[in-house]
Design a protein around this ligand. Structure first.
Ligand code: KE4
Length: 427
């Protein structure tokens, strides 16, 4: 087959795949250029179809915290593939991964493996509704929990990027059960709960909102939601699909000390293969079929290859000092990017927790989606394109977070900072 460049692949892809991509944000629509098609990846690098190398801060949107193609993960997957790709029957590997996850998230007394973050949050919400007998759910503007119908209401990530927060195709009858509040606004949330007393099954949130950049919970916000849910018999669902094993081995729940009744995971626990998980209190989880009446299922749930990739990944994350190194690299990058704005007169605001971060093109601070939406997305797009030209692959949207991996070297960070200096100067 004649060598295909990203441009030719994109044209060809659009013939059979809507927008030429299997997930909207990959189309680079909000950053004003055509997408790059990836040929291969290694460590902190991705290589596109035109042979360009990029220092990668997307990391498949979070999973690749070890860097791409970690030899131990590759070898484990190769060995697992030789013993069977999928059985549709239970395996010990599912137990091993569940036990490893429970060690890091003790509130996940029991859990179910699924194949995506969307499946995890969708199932957790159904379970919360089944457990409480209530229909309404409460989420926060700018938080994205996947594309299940009841969640595409003022969602973040792709939906926000396209400025179409409430997606067509979601029946009004579904959306009406979804209440939305302002992230970090505990008083508003309390008022909304009071106005729907006894009707709300769950409150679901990102403990650090990585789908409107990187929005950090105000002191007392998570604690306040925990107390509110306890007082009102509401299930608190903490969606750690992005933050789980990202900002600490025990995620944001370890970092902030506030635990959900249910917790959703994804991304890193699959080591790049399709895995999601939801879990929590035994009394809630045991309502799931075949124990209880709440139905949830999946052909590839607990897939042996994905379980193997997850087990190998988590075992490497447990190594002493792993998150200290991620913190060190991320803090160095933060300082460098801030210094890189010296020749740039416009306002920027850099927000970070551990190895997830965002440069907002505004003065900040950014505490909510309304704050994030004030960013200059055109300027972000220009910066993104400059950085891509400079060999650095950032998340292609102002409303996404960037991710550090352990594979990013000092040289990679210095190269990134130099590219940022050039890019800011050219804005
Ligand atoms: P998936 O269904 O995409 O595996 O997970 C949905 C999801 C749930 N919860 C949180 C907090 C998430 O961040 C996500 C997915 N994250 C986006 C990136 N912001 C996925 C990238 C994409 O949509 O292509």
């Amino acid at each position: 087959m004649k060598h295909q460049t990203s441009a030719t692949l994109f044209e060809r892809a659009k013939q059979t795949i809507p927008g030429g991509v299997n997930s909207p944000v990959r189309a680079f629509k909000s950053v004003g250029c055509d997408p790059i098609f990836i040929d291969k990846a290694e460590g902190p690098y991705i290589f596109d179809a035109d042979g360009n190398r990029y220092i990668d801060y997307v990391g498949s949107w979070g999973p690749m915290i070890l860097g791409h193609c970690h030899p131990k993960v590759v070898e484990a997957i190769q060995q697992a593939a030789a013993t069977g790709a999928s059985f549709g029957a239970p395996t010990e590997r599912e137990i091993i991964l569940a036990e490893m996850v429970r060690e890091a998230y003790p509130n996940m007394e029991k859990m179910r493996m699924v194949s995506s973050g969307t499946e995890a949050t969708m199932s957790a919400i159904r379970l919360a509704r089944g457990y409480t007998g209530r229909d309404k759910i409460l989420k926060f503007d700018g938080c994205y929990h996947g594309h299940a119908d009841s969640l595409l209401v003022k969602a973040g990530s792709g939906a926000a990027t396209f400025g179409v927060p409430t997606s067509p195709g979601v029946p009004a009858d579904f959306a009406k059960h979804t209440l939305t509040a302002t992230y970090n606004d505990l008083e508003e949330t309390k008022a909304l709960v009071a106005a729907n007393k006894g009707e709300i099954a769950c409150i679901i949130l990102e403990p650090i909102a990585g789908n409107m950049g990187c929005v950090i919970p105000r002191s007392g916000f998570l604690e306040g939601l925990r107390a509110l849910c306890d007082a009102e018999g509401i299930v608190l669902i903490i969606d750690e699909v992005m933050t789980g094993f990202r900002v600490a081995f025990g995620g944001a729940q370890e970092r902030f000390g506030v635990r959900g009744d249910l917790c959703c995971l994804g991304k890193i626990i699959g080591g790049g293969l399709p895995v999601g998980a939801f879990g929590g209190k035994k009394e809630i989880m045991d309502m799931l079929s075949p124990e209880g009446g709440v139905y949830q299922a999946g052909t590839l749930s607990g897939n042996p290859l994905a379980m193997t990739a997850g087990i190998t990944t988590l075992s490497l994350l447990k190594q002493e000092g792993f998150y200290d190194q991620i913190e060190e690299k991320s803090a160095y990058l933060e300082a460098g990017l801030k210094a890189a704005t010296a020749k740039y007169s416009g306002p920027t605001c850099f927000q970070r927790v551990g190895g997830m971060f965002c440069t907002y093109f505004q003065a900040g601070p950014v505490n909510s989606f309304a704050d994030a939406a004030r960013s200059d997305t055109d300027l972000f797009g220009k910066f993104f394109r400059q950085m891509l030209e400079g060999g650095v692959n950032l998340a292609p949207s102002q409303f996404e977070a960037g991710f550090m991996s352990i594979a990013h070297s000092q040289t990679d960070l210095d190269t990134t900072i130099a590219a940022a200096e050039k890019s800011f100067a050219a804005l």
